[in-house]
Design a protein around this ligand. Sequence first.
Ligand SMILES: [Zn+2]
Length: 190
Amino acid sequence: MRKILCTTLAVSLLVSGAVMIACGPGADAQSTGGRHAGAQDPGAEPPTRDRPERWVDPLIGETIHFTDAQWRTRLTPLEFDVLREQGTERAFTGVYADNHRHGVYRCAGCGAPLFSSDHKFESGTGWPSFTRAIAAGRVATTQDSTLGMVRTEVHCARCGGHLGHIFPDGPPPTGQRYCIDSASLDFDAR
Ligand SMILES: [Zn+2]
């Protein structure tokens, strides 16, 4: 019995470890409450956040800045952890991994358009995945050397909010996988 339990635990740790590495550090980052807190019913339509007052199409190149105190008043604890402190929501807990509706994914911090449902694909990772950004200049990247590996971190070009990472194992036509936290996104259904 003990052997079976240990084997099960080892397999679980291996699986969770692999998933953490797939999308980033701090994969246990989460908050209690709020729409990101738990896995959703597979048959339920994902909720959207009604914050259209933030939904703007700014000029590419425009930037905005808020203090941490100001961000905390605009964001939920989980959103702040992901967007402003480069946290990562737990796989399969975000609301947009299984969202199949047509629309634009906007920055949860500033409302800028970042990704289109046209470029979303099923990665099986538990995080919303895209082959590209909605347009050149909407997102920016930096090299992330945490966890003993070099990865490409992707953030909103307008407000600097952390979105996730880019991996070179996506499907055609780009071959790239933008692994994005649902907590970083608002969904603007079209
Ligand atoms: Zn933004």
